[in-house]
Design a protein around this ligand. Structure first.
Ligand code: AMP
Length: 397
C-alpha cells in the first residue's frame, strides 16, 4: 500500500475520504469532534504540499435520500475552525455544481462535498457512482479507518478509477497499532474482551486466543463462559447456543497454555435500571431471578493483578452495563488499571472508547481507535475491504 507522503500532491486535486460520522445533538451541534481532529495531520500535510483538497464523507443513515439534518455543513464549520482556514461547502457530492466549484479551487484551499449516503449508490459500491467520484480528483487518499470494514463506492469502488491512491496518516496509525504491534507484541500480551454478547466477538476470541498470553473475559459475554463451566447464572445474558463454542475456547486456552480469566464475583440486580437494588455476590451465588450486570470487587482485584504485569494490552468491550452508574464501577476500575499499567495499551473504539473518555483517562492510553467495527475486524484477523482495495490499487500502478 502507498501512503500519503509517497505521492506527489503539489498543485493536484487531492480527494480525502474521511469518516466524519460524528455524534451530534438534536440541534446538530457536534458533541465529540475526535474523528475530525484525527484527520488534521493528513490535511495539514496536503495543504503544506500545496494540494487542492476535496473532502468526502458519510454522516448517519439517510438511506439514499437528502436529509437536511444529516448535512455535513456543521462538520465543515468545525473543521474550518480547527484548520483556521475556510472550508467551502458544496451542496452535493457530485454533479455540475461540484464540478464548477472544483474548477475555482486553488492550491492550499479546502472544499467539502455533501454526505455521500444521500445517494443509495454509495453503500451499494455502485461502479458508475465510484467513477463519478473518481473523476473529480487526481489523487485519492483514504483516511476513513472507521469505515474501512465496509465495501462502499467511496472507499472501495473508487480505487478502480482513480489515477493514484494511498492511505492517510490516520489509516497508517490505526493499521500500525492493530496490525504490526499486535502481530509481534511485547509479552506478556493481555487481551481484555467484554461487551454484551459472545456472538458478536466469537471470531475475535478464536483469533486472539492463538496470539495472547492471557485473556480476560468480562461483561455480559462472560456469563456464557461461566455457564459452560457449570455455574448457574440466573437471568444474566448467557447465550445457550454458544456454550459449546465457549467450551472450545476454554479447552483451546488449556492446550495453548493461555491463561484465561473470568469474573469470580459480580454485581447483580433484578432489572437493568438506574434505581435497581443491587447486591455483590460470588459467581456461585447468583440468584435465579437476578442478573449479573457488572464485575464485582474481587474480580477487579484479580483483573488488576493480570493487567499490572502486562507489556501489551488490547481492550474491546466494557466489563458491565457502564451506561448506568450502579453498574459502571468495574469498567471504570479497568480503565484506571489499564491507564496506569506500564504496557503499550490499545483500546478499540465504540463503547470502550466512551468508557475511557468518561473516566478522563484518554491521555493515559497509548492508542484509542477511531473505528470500533473496523478495529474489531482487525482483531478477528480479517482483511478490511478498504485496505485490500488500497493494496490492489498500489499494485496496479
Ligand atoms: P459491545 O457493543 O458488544 O461492546 O457491548 C457493549 C454493551 O454491552 C454495553 O452497552 C453494555 O451495557 C453491555 N453490557 C456489558 N456488560 C453487560 C452485562 N453484564 N449484561 C448486559 N449487558 C452488558
Amino acid at each position: 500500500m502507498k501512503f500519503i507522503d509517497q505521492i506527489n500532491l503539489k498543485g493536484k486535486r487531492v480527494m480525502f475520504r474521511f469518516d466524519f460520522n460524528v455524534p451530534m445533538d438534536s440541534n446538530q451541534n457536534i458533541t465529540d469532534d475526535t474523528r475530525i481532529r484525527a484527520t488534521l495531520p493528513s490535511l495539514n500535510y496536503a495543504l503544506d504540499e500545496g494540494a487542492k483538497v476535496i473532502i468526502i464523507s458519510h454522516l448517519g443513515r439517510p438511506k439514499g435520500k437528502k436529509v437536511a439534518e444529516l448535512s455535513l455543513a456543521p462538520v465543515a464549520k468545525r473543521l474550518s475552525r480547527l484548520l483556521e482556514k475556510q472550508v467551502l461547502m458544496a451542496g452535493d457530492c457530485c454533479g455540475p455544481e461540484v464540478e464548477n466549484m472544483l474548477q475555482q479551487l486553488k492550491p492550499g484551499c479546502v472544499m467539502m462535498l455533501e454526505n455521500l449516503r444521500f445517494y443509495k449508490e454509495e453503500e451499494k459500491n455502485d461502479a458508475e457512482f465510484s467513477r463519478k467520484l473518481a473523476s473529480l480528483t487526481d489523487v485519492y487518499i483514504d483516511d476513513a479507518f472507521g469505515n474501512a470494514h465496509r465495501a462502499h463506492a467511496s472507499n472501495v469502488g473508487i480505487t478502480n478509477y482513480v489515477k493514484e491512491c494511498g492511505a492517510g496518516y490516520l489509516m497508517k496509525k490505526e493499521l500500525n497499532y492493530f496490525h504490526k504491534q499486535l502481530e509481534k507484541p511485547t509479552r506478556p500480551f493481555v487481551a481484555i474482551i467484554g461487551g454484551s454478547k459472545v456472538s458478536d466477538k466469537l471470531t475475535t476470541l478464536v483469533n486472539l486466543i492463538k496470539k495472547v498470553d492471557k485473556l480476560i473475559i468480562g461483561g455480559g459475554m462472560a456469563f456464557t463462559f461461566l455457564k459452560a463451566q457449570g455455574f448457574e447464572v440466573g437471568k444474566s445474558l448467557a447465550e445457550d447456543h454458544l456454550i459449546d463454542q465457549a467450551k472450545d475456547i476454554i479447552n483451546q486456552s488449556r492446550i495453548l497454555g493461555v491463561k484465561l480469566y473470568l469474573p469470580i464475583d459480580c454485581v447483580i440486580a433484578q432489572n437493568k435500571v438506574a434505581d435497581a437494588v443491587t447486591k455483590i455476590v460470588p459467581i456461585q451465588e447468583i440468584y435465579p431471578e437476578w442478573m449479573g450486570l457488572d464485575i464485582g470487587p474481587a474480580t477487579i482485584t484479580l483483573f488488576r493483578e493480570v493487567i499490572a504485569n502486562a507489556k501489551t494490552i488490547v481492550w474491546n468491550g466494557p466489563m458491565g452495563v457502564f451506561e448506568i452508574d450502579a453498574f459502571s464501577r468495574g469498567t471504570s476500575a479497568m480503565v484506571h488499571a489499564v491507564a496506569s499499567s506500564h504496557a503499550l495499551t490499545i483500546v478499540g473504539g465504540g463503547d470502550t472508547d466512551v468508557a475511557v473518555q468518561k473516566t478522563g483517562e484518554s491521555d493515559n492510553i497509548t492508542y484509542i481507535s477511531t473505528g470500533g467495527g473496523a478495529s474489531l475486524e482487525l482483531l478477528e484477523g480479517k482483511v478490511l475491504p478498504a485496505v485490500a482495495a488500497l493494496e490492489k490499487c498500489a499494485g496496479d500502478n
